[in-house]
Ligand binder design. Structure first.
Ligand SMILES: Cc1cc2nc3c(=O)[nH]c(=O)nc-3n(C[C@H](O)[C@H](O)[C@H](O)COP(=O)(O)OP(=O)(O)OC[C@H]3O[C@@H](n4cnc5c(N)ncnc54)[C@H](O)[C@@H]3O)c2cc1C
Ligand SMILES: NC(=O)c1ccc[n+]([C@@H]2O[C@H](COP(=O)([O-])OP(=O)(O)OC[C@H]3O[C@@H](n4cnc5c(N)ncnc54)[C@H](OP(=O)(O)O)[C@@H]3O)[C@@H](O)[C@H]2O)c1
Length: 473
């Protein structure tokens, strides 16, 4: 069976080749939940677009890392700019900057480096597709509620906190459930029990079995197949809405760095996102759809955001008189644009050195390059070092840690100064580790330390709050 991915990259999976002939099917689980529709006589139709389902869940539902008592609030997009155009040849992602009117959030106190959370929603066309498969298109906007199934034997069973007390199928699938989460084996087994065609049922059952671990690893964990992909491949799989509520996790807010200084514009902030071309994520797809809508000016466009708790990755008045070494890859430059704008607006107090290192795919992928050069010219930046990993001019490809090593002598001298703080914005995984290793090699070379001593040096820097990381995992 061959299916087509729900976004746009072609997904070809031979399900026969991924079905074991011998396996022990997982024990089928009883369903604990059921969906109860309010009868038509009670006036059960609701407007299809409630602002945001998770806001209808009451005060017990917490929004992760929300600062103080802040709740998600609707803010309007007031500008949208493509900063970097996508380029298939160099795998460069499109990068977009959105300016948001934050008046609705009241007096928002923030510093460059702080983050906001954006509430995602699943794309309307994917939700419509799913409603159709669930045979709920007619009842998409009918009022319903979740209750524990009459035969529910599980003592700890409860309605998840992210499900509103009264809701509609469309609201649940649009705002509450993560349709693209990694499907757990129990979920696959439950899907198998809702599949009528035998080959498809065996595929799902085998994938969820102990013996199917290798196929689970290849298809689910490595290739990233999610519910929508599996439904595409298994056309006779027809789960119930209650089963999806039981097995799919909450659709969680996503963090974005504030990319401006609060001094630049009162009651506005900017966020910058990169979007994958062939398999865009949930939030970035939503932001792209909103950008399109804003561009066409068909209707006012709003999204839900809230300020997140602050941490040490920020540039405040305290840091103004010190030195900063800023290291970023790709869109990771976003928070530093805020740092530099802030420094410019506080120029009389900002007496320290600021060095910026950026690694990107190509020169065109460097965000706001003209602005960076202007900051360098105006001595906001004392050093600006750029490198490219996918050079199209025959130049040797380079990663940012190679620039650090080229500058080892001067860089270590700056790192040794008491007011210097090093900020790294990267993935928190392989790239961040390579940057850390690059810094370690600089210390080894210049201070003649062995690997253990240099590692300890960096560890102490972190402990003193002089090595701060923004992790975009
Ligand atoms: C503290 C913090 C600050 C952040 N700041 C920013 C920011 O300023 N700008 C920004 O663009 N992102 C930022 N991120 C990442 C952001 O929160 C999202 O994870 C990202 O935009 C993808 O969200 P999504 O819902 O579209 O993708 P999902 O649907 O969650 O993605 C599905 C999969 O695709 C991957 N993926 C999706 N889009 C991309 C992409 N563009 N590049 C690489 N992998 C991708 C995800 O990692 C995941 O594995 C930050 C993350 C953290 C933790
Ligand atoms: N988890 C998420 O949802 C998410 C979302 C957005 C961004 N991010 C992370 O945020 C950062 C910026 O995102 P982006 O979309 O702007 O990235 P991007 O355009 O892909 O740029 C990343 C740059 O870092 C380079 N790189 C790859 N491996 C490296 C390594 N080991 N050491 C040093 N540099 C390396 C890349 O080179 P190549 O040419 O070799 O690729 C590329 O030039 C990335 O770290 C990304 O992983 C995460």
């Amino acid at each position: 069976m061959v299916g087509v991915n729900h976004i746009n990259a072609p997904l070809v999976v031979d399900i026969d080749a991924h079905t074991l002939t011998e396996y022990v099917p997982a024990k089928p689980l009883e369903s604990n939940l059921e969906v109860v529709f309010v009868s038509a006589e009670q006036g059960s139709l609701r407007a299809p677009f409630e602002p945001c389902g998770q806001l209808n869940c009451g005060n017990t539902l917490k929004f992760p890392f929300a600062r103080g008592a802040n709740k998600p609030t609707a803010v309007a997009i007031v500008d949208a700019q493509v900063l970097v155009a996508a380029d298939a040849a160099t795998e460069t992602k499109r990068v977009v900057e959105l300016t948001l009117d934050t008046a609705a959030l009241g007096e928002l106190d923030y510093a460059p480096g702080d983050t906001v959370a954006v509430l995602p929603s699943n794309a309307p066309q994917i939700v419509a597709q799913l409603l159709q498969r669930l045979d709920l298109s007619e009842q998409a906007d009918s009022v319903c509620h979740l209750s524990l199934a009459l035969n529910c034997a599980k003592k700890s069973a409860k309605i998840p906190g992210h499900i509103p007390a009264t809701t509609t199928p469309r609201e649940l699938l649009t705002h509450c459930l993560s349709l693209h989460a990694v499907p757990q084996k129990q979920f696959l087994s439950a899907l198998a029990s809702c599949t009528s065609e035998s080959k498809e049922r065996s595929f799902l059952a085998s994938l969820s079995s102990k013996q199917g671990a290798a196929h689970y690893q290849t298809l689910i964990l490595k290739r990233g197949l999610c519910l929508m992909d599996l439904l595409e491949l298994c056309t006779t799989c027809q789960p119930t809405l209650a089963l999806l509520v039981e097995h799919l996790p909450r659709l969680l807010p996503r963090p974005y760095s504030i990319a401006n200084s609060p001094l630049e514009c009162s009651q506005q902030l900017r966020i910058i996102y990169s979007i994958r071309a062939n398999k865009a994520g949930v939030t970035t797809s939503m932001l792209e759809a909103m950008r399109e809508l804003y561009r066409e000016k068909q209707q006012p466009v709003q999204l839900y955001i809230y300020p997140r708790e602050q941490n040490a990755f920020r540039y405040t008045d305290q840091e103004l008189s010190g030195n900063q070494i800023l290291i970023a890859v790709g869109t990771g430059l976003a928070p530093f644009l805020g740092f530099l704008a802030h420094k410019q607006l506080h120029k009389e107090l900002a007496t320290g050195q600021t060095w910026l290192y950026v690694g990107a795919k190509t020169p065109q992928a460097i965000l706001k390059q003209q602005q960076l050069l202007a900051w360098q010219k105006a001595s906001i930046l004392q050093s600006l070092r750029l490198c490219y990993s996918r050079s199209t001019t025959g130049e040797q490809p380079k990663y940012v840690q190679q620039l650090l090593e080229q500058d080892a002598q001067q860089l270590v001298e700056l790192m040794q100064q008491s007011t210097t703080v090093l900020y790294v914005c990267a993935d928190g995984a392989a790239i961040s580790k390579c940057i850390n290793d690059g810094l370690r090699r600089c210390l080894q070379l210049v201070l003649k330390l062995d690997e253990t001593e240099a590692t300890q040096w960096l560890k102490e820097m972190r402990a003193k709050g002089k090595y701060r990381e923004d992790i975009w995992l």
